[in-house]
Design a protein around this ligand. Sequence first.
Ligand code: GTP
Length: 601
Amino acid sequence: IPAENIRNFSIIAHIDHGKSTLADRLLELTNTISTRQGNKQVLDKLKVERERGITVKAQTVSMFYDYKGKQYLLNLIDTPGHVDFSYEVSRSLAACQGALLLVDAAQGIQAQTVANFYLAFGEGLSIIPVLNKIDLPGSEPERVAKQLEGAFELDCDNILQISAKSRINIESILPAVIERIPSPQGSMDRPLRALLFDSWYDKYVGVVCMVGVIDGVLRKGDKVLSAYSDTKYDVLEVGIMHPEQVATGYIHAGQVGYVVCGMKSASEAHIGDTISHLNTKVEPLAGFQPAQSKVFAGIFPVDTNDFRKLDDNIKKLTLNDASVTVHKETSNALGQGWRLGFLGTLHMDVFRQRLENEYDANIIVTQPTVPYRVVFKKNKETQIIRNPTDFPDGEERSLKVNRLEEPMVLATMIFPEEYMGKMIELCGSRRGIQRDYVYLDDQRVMMKYVLPLAEVVQDFYDELKSRSSGYASFDYEDHGYEESDLVKMSVLLNGKPVDALSVILHRTQVEEVGRDWVKRLKSVIQKQLFDVVIQTAIGGRIIARETVSALRKDVTAKLYGGDVTRKMKLLQKQKAGKKRMKLIGTVELDQKVFYNFMEKK
Ligand code: GTP
């Protein structure tokens, strides 16, 4: 198929505006899948994704479509649906020439509509606005079209109006794609350059990469090179997704397809990398950045006997997700575990849920922390802190540290006007600084705030939703580092620090968090034969204190007296329980204590 008969496009939308439903309709319409299969939503493969109703891994499909006597190859490139994955979204979009901007005609523009629009706009794509869900009684297509014109200066005179679910006007989409999106401009005669924009792990063949061929031809048997890692590979198989893998032997400029080249783990497939032929000199494609972890957390087995099993399972999961970083970690309280880095909190939640669901793992996840930056006095050297344990404290801090900085984000929130007061209050309480607000129409407001990332990764999103009765939508982008008055708060049990419970806070939050933590710890720590003093402290200064008073002797006596078999049973149970016990100084704690503490917020 000549390049002028190819179109590469994406559907970009806010969550739940109907992207997967529309994608399925297009697959049906082009007979890529049967109508019956379509009900399963082919594009959302993974179970967790379906459960949470979000698309995490991009799925791309090639469709054939006859239009005005010519056959077209239409490549629908799916993008991940969440803010954590905006770098992946932008790389997927870089493989397209156009995008359908799908907006729910009842809900109107939402925060991810705005974010995705600007990503697509930034890539120079032709954008076709489409209003979905016009079958809903509450839909207001005219009004939403006005919002789109106002916010993005899009021409919405003959905007497409569809219902993906009820199959209204679905047939108007593909002609618009062909007429309004340009064909890819690369050349088959130039040396090969392919953009790697997605990958996944297949247990039979290893890593499968999705690439957009910009120039040249990629054939089975070729020897290729990764521009980023300078590693050589042999192309074992190439083909297109239709909708499953169909080997074609080659793919050429303008096409999008998959490549298997013997990569062993997803960490070799760098999103945004340029693939070229060995021994040809090409300019790598612009915009490559290695994935950056934004949120770190320690993960530990509840039962230390599960360590090996968990280690295996984490390896399996990260085989498929190169954006998770893994380092071994040892804690005095929780034993051996890992410090994992994620692109954001949703990414972390999905990973955790997979570990728990697919591998049935019993784990403790510590308080998430963001990458803080320490600037030292000596030569203004900097260090990124991923674990509160490494945070400079006391003398080290006063002697060596010039300043401390925290990562910031620029947040976009869209909500009905009546929630303005509550939203300003929320952002204010999270150390936010207002940057801007505009009315999208006479009822909807778009507000921008600069917020510390640390505040956003806690429960900001849940708060936003609950304070706006679910009406506010939210998205954010990086906004660099800012100097901040940060301190490390430690938790002490009878004077001994519990490393896994250290946390980095802004100085203004210390009192509140310190008091809250000792109370919560008191409620989960079991009584011992002596008093347990729980304290929170900064450096040497105690912030708050609670005491778990000692167990009274006669209570134990009663418990273990009497029936011999019952006593044996109890002793057995105690033995099994011992495995999970941790000693902090003289205080004996069940790992479950930490689990309960982390879960109860
Ligand atoms: P994410 O994968 O979370 O980004 O969602 P999505 O944008 O892919 O949305 P999805 O296709 O899963 O649709 C979300 C919900 O809207 C589902 O319950 C659909 O059945 C429903 N929906 C999609 N299109 C229409 C439509 O045209 N009309 C109505 N009434 N409902 C629709």
